[in-house]
Design a protein around this ligand. Structure first.
Ligand code: SAH
Ligand code: SF4
Ligand code: F3S
Length: 467
């Protein structure tokens, strides 16, 4: 076991990235065995689960939809806030009980929590019924780990940080129409509240030729949309010699002719004019940008290590709105950062009032062990933080509803991706601006981009009919 050292992570230097092309092991050793995978956290984890599922199916495993039927249960975990941690240990309790009835059941924990030393210590002390823990840098090793699993708790949390592993098209993708494509891994920003740089390691970009090959391959398979993934896509390519920057990559992806191109997440810092120009120039780059604010107070932004001021953020916001036609912008906001005052909070509200976001993910600050912010004193009572969150959500929802009302009686292009969960007679899909739309239409249209007339607009979704 070789856990990344939280204290040393920040001083890591930029060694060159090594690319390793691996052929996943294919065997029928586990033929007929069933796996259940539960995924917590962000799109990175969702896409990692697609990789894990692909690797397992190469070994002969079949996916099942409940833990009760499974021979192996995989928990792909998130460490971003305390409640993510609590949910995982809650579910592990159920797994332990199941293992009591079915002793051959294998329980596997991976993802960002596996990278936390305190979690591994907790597992060693209290959760020895777990069979395997593997880290975010060890996913490609899963087949050999399973082939060589010994009795008892196996732990493989190695730091493979300097490497990018290319496994080809070995993903079991959740959708046949819209695909995630990693463009880079890790994060070097070290926002003071955030655990991601410790759990995902330093920024490593994939070579543009590997990314473009993947996008072209998806296009040939009939995919209509790709979302380029990175914790901070603006930094794409800064760790590579002689390769494209993010604007260049985005332009090359647009030129493949993929019908819809999206990307997450772009940091407001280093969001260049060149990037805005490329987004504005290509119709197949969707006019939707997730631009995390975190706080509207300069004092708090500085304590968070976010590298921009409220004014700089607003200037960027306005520039994007001016140059990218009908752009929808969403954000992330944290309330209750250590010693956030009423005044700081009002600064955040003022930015929300000014930007009138299409939507926002809002969170109460959660201290994460090993991060600088977790050492800051904090005297703001929990109730005050909860009140602030509620107040913020009221305003966010007001604007999200207001923005959705603008779609009423308009015709928009929607990529239909599946059957609506609430109504079997409807398909659901997304507008170019990433609005969720439930559509009354023929089921055979799934996977198509269609013109939809919007007949109703609510805070979090639209209803429509095919024109
Ligand atoms: N790379 C992305 C963020 C990924 S984490 C970016 O910088 O935008 C997603 C969101 O979780 C963050 O934007 C932040 O709003 C929230 N978050 C991260 N750490 C948190 C913490 N310790 N407490 C509460 N929210 C947190
Ligand atoms: Fe976390 Fe900041 Fe990196 Fe986003 S940019 S993952 S918030 S450290
Ligand atoms: Fe969570 Fe890891 Fe993503 S901490 S938010 S799953 S990068």
């Amino acid at each position: 076991m070789n856990l990344p050292d939280m204290k040393q992570a920040k001083s890591r230097n930029k060694e060159s990235v090594e690319f390793i092309y691996t052929n996943p092991i294919t065997t029928n050793k586990f033929s007929g065995k069933k796996y259940f995978i539960k995924t917590y956290g962000c799109q990175m984890n969702v896409h990692d689960s697609e990789e894990i599922s692909g690797l397992l199916e190469n070994l002969g495993f079949e996916e099942v939809t409940t833990e009760l039927e499974a021979d192996i249960i995989i928990l792909n975990t998130c460490a971003i806030r305390e409640n993510a941690h609590d949910k995982v240990f809650g579910f592990l309790g159920r797994c332990k009980h199941l293992k009591g009835e079915k002793p051959d059941l294998k329980i596997i924990l991976c993802g960002c929590m596996a990278q936390e030393k305190s979690v591994v210590d907790e597992i060693l002390a209290k959760h020895k019924y777990i069979d395997l823990v593997f880290g975010t840098h060890n996913i490609h090793e899963l087949p050999s780990l399973l082939m060589n699993l010994s009795n008892g708790l196996n732990i493989e949390v190695k730091s493979n940080e300097g490497n990018v592993f290319e496994i080809g098209e070995s993903f079991k993708r959740d959708s046949k129409y819209s695909a995630w494509v990693n463009i880079m891994y890790g994060c070097d920003k070290f926002c003071t509240y955030c655990i991601v740089p410790y759990t995902r390691g330093k920024e490593r970009s994939r070579k543009s030729k590997d990314i473009l090959r993947e996008v072209n391959c998806l296009k040939e398979k009939g995919y209509k949309e790709v979302t380029l993934l990175g914790q901070n896509v603006n930094a794409y390519g800064t760790d590579l010699d002689d390769d494209l920057n993010f604007a260049g990559l985005l332009e090359s992806v647009a030129k493949t002719g993929m019908m819809r191109i999206r990307f997450v997440t772009s940091h407001p810092w280093n969001f260049t004019d060149e990037m805005i120009d490329v987004i504005a120039k290509y119709d197949n780059i969707m006019p939707y940008i997730h631009l995390p604010l975190q706080s509207g107070s300069d004092r708090i932004l500085k304590l968070m290590g976010r590298r921009y001021t409220k004014e700089e953020y607003l200037t960027l916001y306005k520039k994007i709105k001016e140059r990218v036609k009908n752009a929808a912008i969403t954000t992330d906001i944290i309330v209750g950062f250590p010693n956030e005052t009423d005044e700081d909070f009002l600064d955040t509200l003022s930015v929300v009032e000014e930007c009138k976001y299409d939507g926002a993910y809002t969170f109460i600050y959660s201290p994460r062990e090993g991060t600088p912010a977790s050492l800051m004193e904090d005297s703001t009572p929990k109730e005050v933080k909860e009140e602030r969150l509620q107040k913020l959500n009221e305003i966010v929802n007001k604007y999200s509803n207001m923005n959705n009302q603008k779609y009423l009686n308009k015709t928009v292009k929607v990529l239909l991706v599946g059957t609506s969960e609430k109504d079997d007679n409807k398909l659901y899909g997304y507008t170019e601006t990433m609005k969720l739309v439930n559509v009354i239409c023929d089921k055979s249209l799934v996977g198509e981009i269609v013109d939809v007339l919007i007949t109703d607009a609510k805070s979090f979704s639209l209803d429509g009919i095919v024109e």
